[in-house]
Write a protein that binds this ligand. Structure first.
Ligand code: GTP
Length: 335
């Protein structure tokens, strides 16, 4: 449970708000009913349901997007209803809602909800004792919302930047090994469910150390970038390339296996040989290929591709080798 809360920021906010909403509003609901204010008590109960149901939904389904939106909406307009029904003591409830909305939904949506809630409260007018109070409320609500917006916007762009840094290889711009682990697990689970074929290619540049040693690391880096560019140009948009480490890449190819896969990879091997170059000539790469088998774990799948790559390297490089006893690709040199 703690693990989920620690790893899912929006879920943790939903749970925090839902729980504090339930704890904070319940005494007021009881108070309103005991004072005979049935309408305000009913509104409190509706808000209680409005925050606890999305919280339960988010917890059970993991869908924090929809629950966050519902919660932001209900808490803000619920606060408007409370303010309108009980007068200025209810006004204060809108302030936490003006801020917390930014934790639940995108900054633009939170801002739109805030503006609508404040305007609605002003139009209904019943919460205010005087015009002066109403305009003071409007001005302070705008200041609170504007500050929260700037903070949320900045926080969001920094989070996106961190996500980018954590998942993208800075040299080549493809996803790194960390995101590969997640994507492979997801793709394998989907393939297991749908029966859609899924193949994995371990692609390793041949004698890369020699290129570095002879022409320098800068040239080595350029070769890596060129290779990524060539693979990207000659594969489909739903194929995904990851940098596995060093000069080794993983290419994930959904919907391809058997003869179709052989044709594509034979072509790709030749394309790399033809287009990826260094000052001393062309670059070659070896491929180890494994198609996911029913019930197979990602680790075993990768290990089979790795074993095939090892065989490609040890049998002469510049070739495609398939796991599970399939024949090595005949070595066809480009014209
Ligand atoms: N330029 C550059 N070199 C890198 C990078 N990452 C790893 N390397 C180098 O890649 C080389 C990999 O060498 P090896 O593992 O011996 O592989 P290889 O020379 O390609 O030999 P085979 O794979 O057996 O054909 C090492 O010299 C690493 O320093 C990088 O980001 N840029």
């Amino acid at each position: 449970m703690l693990h989920r809360l620690k790893n899912d920021f929006r879920l943790s906010i939903i749970v925090l708000l839902g729980t504090s909403g339930v704890l904070g509003i319940t005494p007021f609901a009881v108070l309103r009913f005991s004072q005979g204010n049935v309408l305000a008590g009913t509104v409190d109960v509706l808000i209680l349901l409005g925050v606890s149901l999305p919280m339960t939904y988010a917890w059970l389904t993991g869908d924090t997007r929809r629950s966050g939106l519902v919660m932001a909406f209900i808490s803000s307009f619920g606060a408007v209803a409370v303010g309108t029904l009980v007068g200025d003591p209810g006004l204060f409830w809108l302030y936490p809602c003006l801020v917390t909305g930014f934790f639940l939904v995108a900054p633009r949506i939170a801002m739109a909800i805030n503006i609508s809630a404040v305007l609605l409260m002003m139009m209904l007018g019943d919460a205010f004792r005087s015009q002066e109070q109403m305009w003071s409320f409007a001005a302070t609500a705008v200041v609170v919302s504007a500050c929260a917006y700037v903070f949320a916007y900045r926080n969001r762009s920094q989070r996106r930047r961190l996500e980018h840094l954590a998942t993208i290889d800075p040299l080549t711009g493809v996803k790194n090994r960390r995101s590969m682990d997640q994507e492979l697990a997801m793709a394998a689970a989907q393939s297991e469910r749908t029966g859609f074929p899924l193949s994995l290619v371990l692609l390793d540049i041949d004698h890369f150390k020699k290129i570095n040693d002879e022409y320098g690391h800068g040239v080595g880096d350029e070769v890596l970038v060129e290779l990524v560019w060539a693979v990207d140009r000659h594969t489909r948009k739903y194929d995904q390339l990851f940098r596995y480490g060093g000069e080794e890449f993983v290419l994930l190819m959904p919907g391809l296996e058997g003869a179709g896969l052989e044709v594509v990879l034979s072509h790709l091997r030749q394309v790399l040989h033809r287009y990826v170059r260094h000052p001393g000539g062309s670059v070659t790469a070896s491929f180890g290929v494994a198609s996911l088998q029913h019930g197979e774990s990602v680790e075993t799948w990768l290990a089979r591709a790795d074993d095939a790559l090892y065989r490609a390297k040890s049998s002469g490089r510049n070739r495609v080798v398939y796991a599970d006893g399939m024949e090595d690709q005949p070595l066809i040199e480009p014209a």
